[in-house]
Design a protein. Structure first.
Length: 508
């Protein structure tokens, strides 16, 4: 098992034919006999390559519309034989089976098929591959004697190895591991499709593949990496990284929080995030005005933060960003003047991103377990004014912004907004009174005439009184406390408008 495995016969059966002809040219040039079937064999023969059809090997023509062609002892005996076992060798000789040392296979495009919302059940079922995974698993199991290739990304390495005399055991193990992951991910996609009508399915299989290694985790003594769900294209994986140092563990976590929040705000907006909490949120007629308002919320906390802007960053916006120390800036784009200006900050990471899809479950790890929930969403259908005082249209605009920001802030959360910008954010406090006090301390005199949002209800009037004492004129909260009447009475007493939403937004 320790030496190279020379390859004399290869079984080639792929759906995605990218690069397969070029690979097989090199294999044939190295003296490898090619066994193939269906469209793959047609493609190889069209290039002039000599091909032995699977039906010639098995003595059995394809049947059931191609569902059965490689499921045969002449194929699987050739893949599963332990050539170090005399009994296995005897079986091969008695049945006239010639060993296969290399399998090249990728599977029917099931995930791509079911991604079409109009796909029929029958069409989806037809894209559940049977023969392909069976061959791949057989070859991977027997990697002592067979190498298995499941991705065009592996073609050059495999061709190089074959031309050099064969694949090493280490190479075959790596290929086998990738093969088992490929079939596991394939089955996971099928399970996910069969669970498509369940928000919280009875079983989940989540195949993650390494996206990038990281210098360290939240702290330097923690090894870390970032993984991507196989077959998915999250915004951060398809984003364009224009400049700057490699992303860190904390950069990814903060960038996700910032981009998710700014993408939930209508109109030009900017967000500054620190430790996954917003420390500044601003809106305005332009991206520059929005960023300036966001930074002014809490410049001390914003230092070294993650910035997200939901409009293309232009030169005026870039000039404001350049005055301050930030780690990352995420936006739908950067015009050339902005790029030229920010290029002087070589360490600053600039990311061009598309809006997050927000389609997946929110998962939190437990030891040997997982909490799962659907993603939080904001609705206004149940909003109602519960006080004598009524908010104005401008106050309602600010109230909506405060509510969105509160929903994206760690609980307990209280957010004060004035004139389209967050001016005070109380995040992650153990008490609602503490969250309110932190928010108004940050806001100072800017709280006067402003609005405030609380991510969950006020259990007593004390938290509300903190906001009213600071000059807040409208408060939005879910309602639902046993003491709602007491809190509403306090608002009427102080001529403060109050809106109940009917939904809370805890975020832990």
């Amino acid at each position: 098992m320790s030496g190279r495995l020379p390859v004399t016969r290869a079984l080639v059966s792929v759906w995605d034919k990218t690069g397969v002809v070029e690979l097989c040219r090199r294999l044939a040039g190295a003296g490898v006999e090619l066994v193939s079937s269906g469209g793959t064999a047609d493609a190889l023969e069209a290039d002039g390559l000599p091909v032995i059809r699977v039906a010639e090997v098995t003595g059995a023509p394809e049947m059931l519309g191609g569902r059965v062609k490689t499921l045969h002892p002449m194929i699987h005996g050739a893949l599963l034989a332990d050539l170090d076992d005399p009994a296995h060798r005897n079986d091969l000789e008695n049945r006239g089976i010639e060993p296969i040392q290399l399998v090249i296979s990728n599977l029917y495009p099931f995930a791509a098929t079911v991604a079409d919302p109009e796909v029929t059940v029958a069409a989806a079922i037809e894209k559940i591959d049977i023969g392909g995974p069976t061959m791949v698993r057989a070859a991977a199991k027997n990697h002592a004697h067979v190498a298995v290739v499941t991705s065009p990304r592996q073609y050059d390495e495999v061709a190089d190895a074959v031309e050099a005399g064969g694949l090493t055991l280490e190479q075959r193990r790596d290929l086998a591991r990738a093969a088992f992951f490929a079939t596991a991910g394939y089955d996971a996609a099928i399970v996910a499709w069969m669970n498509r009508d369940q928000d919280l399915p009875s079983e989940m299989v989540l195949p993650f593949e390494l996206y990038d290694g990281l210098r360290y985790g939240e702290n330097p003594h923690q090894p870390a990496a970032v993984y991507r769900l196989s077959g998915r294209a999250p915004w951060w994986a398809i984003a364009e990284y224009l400049q700057g140092k490699a992303m860190s563990f904390n950069n990814y976590a903060d960038a996700e929080a910032a981009w998710s929040l700014v993408s939930a705000i209508e109109g030009p907006a900017a967000v500054v995030v620190k430790h996954t909490n917003p420390c500044g949120v601003g809106t305005g007629d332009t991206a520059a005005a929005a960023f300036e308002a966001a930074w002014d919320c809490d410049p001390l906390s914003a230092f070294g933060g993650i910035v997200a802007v939901n409009r293309v960053v232009d030169e005026p916006t870039a000039a404001l960003i350049a005055r301050n120390f930030t780690e990352v800036v995420i936006a739908p784009g950067f015009d050339q003047d902005a790029r030229d200006l920010l290029a002087a900050k070589a360490s600053l990471r600039l990311i061009v991103a598309t809006a997050p899809a927000g389609r997946d479950l929110d998962l939190r790890r437990l030891e040997d377990g997982m909490l799962a929930q659907t993603r939080d969403s904001i609705v206004e259908e149940e909003w109602r004014v519960v006080t004598k005082a009524q908010p104005s249209s401008d106050q309602m605009r600010d109230l909506r912004l405060a509510w969105v920001v509160a929903a994206h802030t760690k609980s307990n959360a209280v957010v004060v907004v004035t004139d389209g910008a967050a001016v005070g954010v109380g995040a992650g406090d153990q008490s609602r009174v503490g969250a309110a006090e932190r928010a108004v301390v940050k806001a100072g005199k800017r709280a006067e005439g402003g609005v405030a949002a609380s991510d969950a209800f006020f259990p007593f009037r004390d938290g509300f009184d903190v906001l009213a004492d600071a000059g807040v004129r409208v408060v939005v909260q879910p309602g639902g406390s046993k003491r709602d009447d007491e809190v509403i009475a306090a608002a009427d007493e102080r001529n403060v408008a109050m809106v109940f939403t009917g939904h809370r937004h805890f975020r832990h």
